[in-house]
Design a protein around this ligand. Structure first.
Ligand code: KG4
Ligand code: ZN
Length: 362
């Protein structure tokens, strides 16, 4: 049995279209097109929702055409259309949903709405065939959650940020230190030459039980240290900047490691046959985070997987794959499918505040 799914993604600042084929239990990415909007938003220092929605509307059909062309397929070869129906910036999500509905109405192909977070959370099944249940740490500029993935639509949320997402904290830190965006890679690069112990950064919420996290205080701590240095010596040296970056990065890494350790304890209570932790999201590119999580998994007897970066960040292949899993489970949506700005993966344990510069996501 083969199943070929066209995926469409437009929930934030990347327009995506992809073709994924499932054959004999294996998934293959036939094409994965991402049109990046970062230049469009760069002058504003963040994503401008109205600009994003318009750019998605302009690019979606081009991306779909390119995804088909690269895979050598036509819509006649496609079995279903999967589209991100939320959560995300509502104008962008609507652009994608309208595009997918138009294609579905014109071709008669079934339509499947996908939760963007499920797309991220199911990626390790696409890349590494991970068996349920596995633990997922989703850390990006817009997301921060610890989830147990038990089925294609079955997630238990153990915790997440109550304010900023970690990537957002990296981006703000870079801005405060005059480093280029996106902040994660710039801060990581500076931190390489830094002394993490020079400045005292807090480890927020470590004194409280559970897996919830907070990152906004770190940015405030950094701002104070920076202002103190500027007041004392009229500016920052390269070494000051490197030490601030190293201290900040070590604090984020410690918080993620400890909260993930607690989540692993809860997850292992389920006695999974093949225990595994997967990470996804742009922050998963950070080498010190990866090393900390790898060491934790080695210690606690889990397999550690991190999908390649192109599949960690927003893309349509993950949406096509999650759509394929939903489709196989019998899910179908009609032309009344609606775009949702908020859509927690786990309704029972949705975060109180959720978090991320891109608005409350989950
Ligand atoms: O997943 P992503 O591309 O987009 C969403 O936020 O949805 O993640 C981008 C975020 C940015 O905040 C960026 O600064 C952060 O991931 N990031 C990193 C690194 N590379 C990207 N953070 C820390 N270290 C990195 N090497
Ligand atoms: Zn995302």
């Amino acid at each position: 049995m083969t199943l070929t799914v066209l995926g469409v993604e437009s929930s934030c600042d990347d327009t995506g279209a992809a073709l994924v084929r499932l054959a004999n239990g294996r998934a293959e990415i036939l094409s994965n097109i991402v049109a990046d909007q970062s230049e469009l938003h760069a002058p504003f220092g963040g994503v401008v929702p109205e600009l994003a929605a318009r750019a998605h509307a302009e690019k979606l059909d081009l991306c779909v055409a390119e995804a088909l062309a690269q895979s050598g397929l036509t819509l006649a070869d496609v079995d279903a259309i999967a589209v991100t129906a939320g959560p995300g910036l509502i104008g962008g999500v609507m652009s994608g949903v309208m595009c997918a509905k138009g294609l579905s109405a014109a071709t008669g192909l079934p339509l499947v709405g996908v939760n963007h977070l499920a797309g991220h959370a199911l990626t390790p099944r696409l890349t590494d065939q991970l068996a349920f249940p596995y633990l997922m740490l989703l850390v990006s500029g817009g997301h921060c959650q610890l989830l147990i993935a038990e089925g294609p639509e079955d997630f238990t949320r153990l915790g997440g940020t109550i304010d900023d997402a970690p990537g957002e904290a990296f981006d703000k830190t870079a801005r405060l230190l005059g480093l280029p965006q996106p902040g994660g890679p710039s801060v990581e690069k500076e931190a390489r030459d830094g002394n993490a112990a020079r400045f005292a950064f807090p480890r927020p919420l470590l004194d409280r039980p559970g897996c919830d996290m907070s990152f906004s205080g770190l940015k405030t701590a950094l701002l104070r240290q920076r202002d103190k240095l500027v007041a004392d010596q009229e500016g920052l040296t390269r070494q000051d900047r490197a030490d601030l970056c190293a201290g900040f990065q070590a604090a984020v890494s410690d918080v993620l490691r400890e909260k993930t350790r607690r989540a692993i304890e809860t997850y292992l209570e389920q006695d999974p046959k093949t225990p595994a932790l997967a990470v996804a999201g742009g922050v998963a590119a950070n080498q010190s985070m990866r090393a900390a999580l790898q060491a934790l998994c080695d210690e606690m007897g889990l397999r550690f997987t991190a999908p390649p970066l192109a599949l960690c960040t927003d893309n349509a292949a993950m949406i096509a794959y999650a759509g394929a899993e939903r489709f196989l489970a019998g899910a179908r949506d009609g032309l009344d499918l609606s775009a949702r700005p908020r859509w927690p993966l786990d309704q029972a344990n949705a975060g109180i505040l959720g978090g991320g510069r891109k608005g409350p996501k989950a």
